[in-house]
Design a protein around this ligand. Structure first.
Ligand code: NAD
Length: 486
């Protein structure tokens, strides 16, 4: 097959009713049409045919057959494949970025600067971890051997689609596992391009398989599949729980990267002129559709008026509109259902008595088509309100006030989630002390650069397991003790 280089090239369109199984694009046996919608124009850009359980069985069987030989490949061989994947992703970076803009509305500048390079960075991180990993260690007479867990079912969401795919696929391949990937049915086209990259990188047939379809049908069948050894899902809590329930009878390993309601604690000594604006931008990055978006800004009560003024000024600077325009910072919400959810939560904020200080219900002024939500900030938000507790997944920020640092920490920890967290302070020691008290899988001090090796995942209902870097790689390994080895 020719290279899938351009969004909606004939080669890509030919893959829409196929699954990538055992090194080939095979027609799926299903008939359900799944439309892919450009959220900036509300037009159907492609129609996918959903796979069936029978297609999934073929993919799992291929992965199962490929596993023994792939698990036995050398570290050097796997590094060579991963480096080829990294190079091909770099070569096709612009086409990947354009595809993300088309199918989930990422602003092209953001797709180029974050979605695609960060996705590639996961591949590089997996190579670096693999190159130095001690698969066999000895303690006394016992050897501890780490081995690939087997066939991995990987289920990914639409919000950072390619990034979430490589965060799972790269470490799984590095570990020596074989894979069946089911991306989100709402943004599946980048996954088709990615599958073609793995094909062109020369991975052995059956090592990587792609099956498109809906969550309940294909994702559910993966979770309960007796020949899948591990399932890793990134998505909503609802889907994460269903996957764990479906997986339980086969006792497979389940890792879950789920929702969040992350706090951003501004300590009294922070440079408010800077950190309020950066806090707003971090919360609204990717139009707020990030699991770890810091959507609760927790600020000293005596600075509330200043924070509100600075937040309004920061929102006024955001350029929102056509994601293909290079000057656009935020494009539309990625799909209609999510746009409706954002509207529902803005209504809830108003109904619960929060003070709307900018934005609000409806579409961005002047735009009659496209799922453009208005960047919205509420102040006077209290912990009992829905907008303080529930993930919104849109450009909606809740400002909450505290009287002392203990109250700030208590507010930060007062949700069922525990994914991300932020602390802002000029005093690093103080920031570290607060970071240690926040019960989340990551805490960022003063908006540091993104780190592909920093373990990522949730405390509490934000998930189980860790992705990225060393722990993300080790999630794909089994542990065997050989006692009497020495
Ligand atoms: P979603 O739960 O609707 O879908 C995620 C994936 O799960 C999709 O591939 C979907 O088809 C599949 N799925 C849905 N129902 C399923 C079922 N019953 N069985 C098996 N699979 C099923 O989530 P979404 O709307 O695509 O993504 C947004 C959510 O993902 C947010 O809650 C966000 O916080 C979360 N997320 C978490 C992380 C993280 O790393 N913690 C990262 C990104 C997104």
């Amino acid at each position: 097959m020719t290279l899938v280089l351009d969004p909606l090239s004939p080669a890509l369109l030919a893959c829409l009713d196929h699954a990538y199984i055992d090194g080939q694009w095979l027609p799926v046996t299903g008939s359900e049409r799944l439309p892919v919608i450009d959220p900036s124009r509300e037009t159907v850009v492609a129609g996918l045919t959903g796979a069936t359980g029978a297609d999934l069985d073929r993919a799992v069987a291929a992965a199962r057959r490929a596993f023994p030989a792939f698990a036995a490949t050398s570290v050097a061989q796997r590094i060579a494949w991963l480096e080829r994947i990294e190079a091909l992703m770099q070569e096709r970076a612009e086409a990947l970025a354009r595809m993300l803009t088309l199918e989930m509305g990422a602003a092209i500048s953001h797709a180029r600067a974050a979605h695609v390079p960060f996705a590639i960075a996961h591949v590089r991180a997996a190579i670096d971890v693999l190159a130095a990993y001690p698969f066999e260690t000895l303690r006394g007479t016992t050897a501890t051997v780490r081995e690939p867990i087997g066939v991995c079912g990987l289920i990914t969401p639409w919000n950072w689609p390619l990034y979430q795919i490589t965060a799972k696929v790269a470490p799984a391949l590095a570990a020596g596992c074989t894979i069946v990937l089911k991306p989100s049915e709402l943004s599946p086209l980048n996954a088709i391009m990615f599958a073609q990259i793995l094909h062109d990188a020369g991975l052995p047939a059956g090592v990587f398989n792609l099956v498109n379809g809906t969550g309940p049908e294909i994702g559910g069948a993966m979770a309960s599949h007796p020949d899948i050894d591990m399932i890793s899902i990134t998505g909503s809590n609802r889907a994460g729980v269903l996957v764990a329930q479906a997986a339980a009878p086969t006792v497979k390993r389940v890792t879950q990267e789920l929702g969040g309601k992350s706090p951003n604690v501004l300590l009294p000594d922070a440079d408010f002129e800077t950190v309020v604006a950066s806090g707003v931008m971090t919360a609204f990055r990717n139009v707020g559709q990030s699991c770890s978006a810091p959507t609760r800004m927790i600020v000293p009560r005596d600075r509330l008026a200043q924070v509100e003024a600075l937040a309004i000024a920061a929102v006024a600077q955001i350029r929102m509109g056509d994601p293909l325009d290079e000057g656009t910072v935020l494009g539309p919400i990625a799909n209609q259902a999510q746009f409706n959810r954002v509207q529902e939560m803005i209504e809830a904020g108003i109904a619960d008595g929060a003070r709307l200080i900018c934005g609000g219900l409806g579409r961005l002024e002047g735009l009659s088509q496209g799922f453009y939500a208005r960047p919205t900030v509420f102040s006077g938000v209290t912990a009992d309100m829905r907008i303080a507790q529930e993930e919104i997944f849109g450009p909606v920020l809740s400002i909450m006030a505290y009287d002392d640092v203990d109250e700030a920490v208590a507010l930060a920890n007062d949700t069922v989630y525990g994914l991300g967290g932020h602390v802002q302070s000029r005093d690093l020691e103080q920031a570290r002390a607060v970071a240690r008290r926040i019960r989340t899988g990551q805490v960022h001090i003063n908006h540091p650069a993104w780190d592909a090796h920093a373990p990522f995942g949730g405390y509490k209902r934000s998930g189980n397991g860790r992705e990225y870097g060393l722990p993300g790689f080790e999630d794909y390994l089994e542990t065997k003790a050989i006692v009497g080895f020495a």
